[in-house]
Design a protein around this ligand. Structure first.
Ligand code: HEM
Length: 191
């Protein structure tokens, strides 16, 4: 139980807690330094960072061939986290319009589902691996090992559930965000 806590639940809570704390600190600083107007523009680097973090998905689906998948995944997690932080500071505490708030909710579900997915992925990978090794040490045949690693299908099932949330919610997020950005750009006379 203590390893589960230390290796999975604690990093999850810390990453999420840090996002919330950094959002509050950023918002506080902008108000304190009379720089609230800066927040209005933070949506731009935020969304650019999120888009740049998607190079991982392009690499994974072989649309691009350059780059190491492992480091691109680290970049995806970090870039999406930092981009979300900027967007959350940008959203601030203004409540005038519903569309960008729906986009913000979708984005938050996206971040949390990505983090849960990462935990499930690591947990199932190491769990299955240690199961395999211990069965092999006990001298079970290959097919017996495969049969014994029943957890494989259970954990993979859980991971499939995660993807079911992460990708459609990303599409909802993208559509809502596009609506928000296009309407702001029209308002600013940028398009
Ligand atoms: C190119 C990127 C973006 C631009 C240029 C932009 C621009 C703006 C502007 C001008 C406002 C009004 C600020 C104010 O009244 O002080 C605003 C508000 C807001 N934006 Fe963005 N934004 C961008 C990206 C995003 C993204 C990606 C999200 C969320 C996923 C988001 C969520 C919000 C929210 C929640 C508000 C507050 C709405 C309210 O006043 O009720 N924005 N944005």
């Amino acid at each position: 139980m203590s390893t589960l806590w230390r290796q999975q639940i604690l990093p999850f809570a810390l990453t999420l807690g840090l996002l919330a704390a950094a959002t509050l600190a950023g918002d506080f600083l902008l108000h304190r330094l009379n720089l609230v107007w800066v927040g209005r523009y933070l949506g731009i680097p935020g969304i650019l960072l999120i888009i740049a973090s998607l190079t991982y998905s392009l690499r994974k689906r072989k649309y691009i061939s350059a780059g190491n998948t492992r480091s691109l995944l680290n970049w995806h997690e970090f870039g999406a986290w930092l981009g979300s932080l900027l967007v959350l500071i940008h959203a601030g505490v203004h409540f005038n319009t519903i569309l960008p708030w729906l986009a913000t909710i979708a984005m938050s579900v996206n971040v949390v589902s990505g983090m849960v997915g990462k935990i499930l992925l690591e947990r199932s990978r190491s769990h299955v691996q240690s199961q395999r090794e211990s069965y092999q040490l006990r001298g079970l045949s290959k097919s017996e090992v495969e049969q014994a690693v029943y957890w494989d299908s259970v954990t993979l099932g859980a991971m499939a559930q995660w993807r079911k949330v992460h990708i459609p919610i990303f599409i909802v997020f993208a559509v809502l965000t596009l609506g928000h950005i296009v309407s702001i750009f029209l308002f600013w006379g940028w398009v």
